[in-house]
Design a binder for this molecule. Sequence first.
Ligand SMILES: Cc1cc2nc3c(=O)[nH]c(=O)nc-3n(C[C@H](O)[C@H](O)[C@H](O)COP(=O)(O)O)c2cc1C
Length: 218
Amino acid sequence: MSFIRPHPDRTVATAGITPAPTDFEHPPADPVPWAMRWLDEAMRLPTPNPNSLYLATTSADGRPSVRTVLLRSFDVHGAVFFTNRQSDKGQALQATHRAALLMHWDHLDRQLRIEGAVTHTTEAESDAYFAQRPRDSQLNAWASDQSRPVSGMAAMRERQQQAHARFEGQPVPRPPHWGGYRIALERVEFWQGDPYRFHDRVVYARTGAGWTATRLMP
Ligand SMILES: Cc1cc2nc3c(=O)[nH]c(=O)nc-3n(C[C@H](O)[C@H](O)[C@H](O)COP(=O)(O)O)c2cc1C
């Protein structure tokens, strides 16, 4: 077996930011402002999608799957992303109403993990997000039966044309099967890397109105 190793000559873009250090020995009582600070610092990274997250779901028959989506909102109520609710992930969420997410910012040597119950965003929230998307993205949301098989690009283009024709000269409404999901903050884990693998970890669990913070070994 040969081992995968990063090339020794690669140059690392450091983003030029100095993230505020975190005192893992005295974790704050509330993880939400902490997570918001990490997100804020990550959003300054010179990477194309610093708000990308890995979303893990489980199907009704227990098959795990994971894919990337973009974090579009984050607050005390949870982490929000948008998608086609008839997609594979949409069907899994319909079955289990639970998800786990992971964000990894390599430049910052940080990882944020969240687990919790999943609910639909409100109609108003989904409408507001859809309304500010580029028109072509709005049309493509109608054209794509996300996660379903297709014969190829010709068939896709035809579906695109149909969407264009259908909404020509008028605003594109949000498809009824398209919208947001909010993952509640039930378990929130902060991880800060150490070069010799003695990483810092703190996990928060909801306890009624408050939180319990627990240090974990790396
Ligand atoms: C950087 C990146 C961002 C993505 N953002 C989204 C997103 O916000 N919503 C979405 O539905 N798919 C997004 N995708 C595509 C998903 O990873 C996935 O292919 C798609 O949602 C279908 O997943 P499913 O078949 O498991 O439902 C993104 C992919 C990448 C690589």
